[in-house]
Ligand binder design. Structure first.
Ligand code: TRP
Length: 339
């Protein structure tokens, strides 16, 4: 798989920050669609673990190590084939850090001043009456989109599948690539495009808001059956009585069910909603479907985590392949900028 010279295939690239245990929202919203794209012969896929990004929000070394393995095991358990997908850990590719600095040097500070995550942190300080509106904001947080741009540009990515909240970051990466090309009068860097899957955009969490670690409303992807059931039973529903007909459109249980069940199963549940179904029963139906589907992958996940050397080997091989390509671009770029 020699991508560097293969212009006909589009490169799709995405990363996941190891800052928590993977949940159902990560699976449906990001990992599953990415793996489907990887199977499409029109694309070459690059999926990586953004461990340098995790440094800005997680300062616990043991937890980081654990999350890195959990994310890697998740990708592999869900079917990523490391023979066909470029699968690597960001920190194994030091070229990304070199590129990061080259890009930093041509990027207007104002571009990053406007980044949503940074602005939100400033706004939070102001709202809390902090004297220093930059309090607690690290340079890492400020430069987060910068590093993301390096991740993307390093491998000539065309498409970056991301959630809505990350679109701006891809636009920033575009701006940066174009700016460097302009300054050094070349066409070396590819400007990427964000790809947002409307259907899977928002996976509701336990409380009906977007499933997210920061809302503390997640359902763990590979929790053991018992725990999975417990979490599903915590989904917030309305106070309608069992016999009352229920609306499927605003219902978290139903929304999640749609992502696991087939068409006729979804129809059957919709009918049960019409007739009146108790929330306990609806949740049990959802749990059973999820458990059935996740079980084989969970077994693989548990196996990999119990045999981390297998993960280490995959990541080492992936890094080796990825670095060959990273070096090629970096060499060309350094030549172009007179280094
Ligand atoms: N910011 C992404 C997230 O938190 C992770 C990420 C890092 C990423 N670098 C990337 C995603 C490059 C896509 C492309 O989910």
């Amino acid at each position: 798989m020699n991508k560097a010279n293969n212009q006909s295939k589009k490169i799709v690239l995405t990363g996941i920050t190891p800052s928590g245990t993977p949940h159902i929202g990560n699976y449906i919203g990001a990992i599953k669609p990415a793996l489907e794209m990887a199977k499409n012969p029109e694309f070459d896929a690059y999926f990586f673990i953004a461990d340098y990004h995790s440094l800005i929000k997680l300062w616990d070394s043991k937890l980081r190590q654990q999350y890195i393995y959990e994310i890697a095991a998740t990708w592999l358990a869900l079917g990523l084939d490391p023979e066909h997908v470029m699968f690597y850990r960001q920190s194994d590719i030091p070229e990304i850090m070199e590129l990061n600095w080259i890009l930093t040097s041509v990027t207007a500070k104002g571009l990053l001043n406007r980044a949503h995550a940074y602005k939100a942190a400033v706004d939070a300080n102001i709202a809390e009456g902090e004297k220093d509106e930059e309090a607690g904001i690290t340079m890492g947080l400020f430069n987060y989109p910068m590093l993301m741009a390096a991740d993307i540009i390093m491998f000539n990515a065309d498409l970056v599948p991301v959630g809505k909240d990350q679109i701006q970051h891809i636009e920033i990466a575009r701006d940066i690539a174009n700016r460097l090309n302009h300054i050094y009068k070349c066409n070396l860097l590819k400007a990427p495009e964000a790809m947002v899957d409307k259907e899977t955009q928002t996976i509701p969490g336990l409380d009906g808001r977007k499933m997210s670690k920061s809302y503390n409303n997640t359902i763990q992807l590979f929790a053991p059956s018992k725990q999975l059931r417990k979490q599903v039973m915590k989904i917030v529903t309305n106070s309608q009585l069992p016999e009352e007909p229920k609306d499927t459109t605003e219902c978290t249980v139903f929304a999640l069910y749609k992502h696991f069940a087939n068409e006729s199963e979804v129809e059957a549940l919709a009918e049960r909603y019409q007739q009146g179904i108790g929330w306990g029963e609806a949740k049990q139906t959802l749990f059973e479907k999820m458990d059935e589907l996740l079980m084989p992958m969970r077994e693989k996940y548990d196996y990999l985590l119990a045999n981390k050397h297998i993960i280490d080997e995959y990541l080492a091989k992936g890094a080796h392949k990825a670095r060959v390509e990273a070096k090629q671009l970096l060499d060309k770029l350094k030549q172009q900028i007179g280094m």
